[in-house]
Design a protein around this ligand. Sequence first.
Ligand code: GDP
Length: 446
Amino acid sequence: IMATALTDKLSGLVKKISGQARITESNVADMLREVRMALLEADVALPVVRDFIARVKDKALGQEVLGSLKPGQALVGIVNRELAATMGEGVADLDLAAQPPAVILMAGLQGAGKTTTTAKLARHLIQKRKKKVLTVSGDVYRPAAIEQLKTVTAQAGADWFPSSADQKPLDIARAALDHARRHYYDVLLVDTAGRLAIDEALMQEIKTLHGALNPVETLFVVDAMQGQDAANTAKAFKDALPLTGIVLTKMDGDSRGGAALSVRQITGAPIKFAGVSEKIDGLEVFDAERHAGRILGMGDILALVEQVSTGVDLEAAKKLADKVKSGSGFDLQDFLGQLQQMKQMGGLGSLMDKLPTQMMAKATDADLNRAEKDIRRKEGIINSMTAQERKKPDLLKASRKRRIAAGAGVQVQEVNRLLKEFEQMQGMMKQMKGGGLMKMMRRMGG
Ligand code: GDP
């Protein structure tokens, strides 16, 4: 696995620590501060961050590290393992009952993406698992929601069971289940009413539905952009229902995905799917390990490395390496040149086939959209710098950064982020100087 932003910070600390024979409480404290910052930046809920740090600290100060030859590395290992353990491992698909119809109950706040996800799941079950699927809406408070489900169900190629605002949700559910049985459906997906905030009546209603339907899956649908709030919502739904899985929607947004860690830890349920667009095919089976990397900033770096490796072909990369070798260092102007080259080549999407296969598996459409948007913003930032600043990034102190941020219409943090990425890229360029290009490519394939 390639280095992550956090891992870079940690390895800096590791270097500091590794000269020392003993690991001290203050070494650990430094390191944990970095981890804590990274998690908070990723929008992980504060109580979840606290728990996580406490667990890591326990282990760090315990036998495992003290007994190890390289205490610093052992610490990094603990953080990575703890993160992976919290996220759960690998991939969890839907459990379908041995005795059809399998009922899948959708729970979550209004706007979380329940209706959209219901249709996406219907499509997934039809295409990937060859199931006969029926959907029904119990949202009798919003007739428009029932119509919406009808529309998207048709897009999914599934069947829709009619319901209306004058019925009781429980009656609707029973009638739909009866219909599903008599017509040999494999799966019945039950969309439910959501409110704008948690309320007792809503929870009671969905509990009653759960009791009557005895679903094999009770999926909690939550908006990844909700960040800190996702944790509170998750707690309320977990207390009301035995959740069997989570669907994290709107992962195509700007969130760093910290909600995943919060929701996962609070509910104890596996995250089964991620919503990555508004479209009917915008659903991915959730990959916990990959996501753990994203939380710690790996996604950013992966995107950056992809930019290097795809934006310049090997030929161009060598030229660049030569330039580095000849002593004329890699500067922000070069960085900009790479970004522009990528755009000329027709966007990231068209570069997909140039990627090594392992990397291709990692790059989703959402990643590509994000990366393309990202390039434009980065270009804007570098374009707001003077030629001298591009040559000598060291000139970029606070007041210049503020000017550049204002020029590009972004926050100063984004300028800082770009500079950090630039430094990382510079670091990689230096490695190439040592003939390490292939090594670097291998590492990226990770
Ligand atoms: P519900 O009230 O929980 O049923 O939520 P909806 O299914 O109506 O979704 C609310 C809004 O979020 C709609 O505009 C959807 O198109 C949008 N949406 C749902 N899932 C996703 C997703 O994964 N990505 C994006 N970008 N939008 C989504």
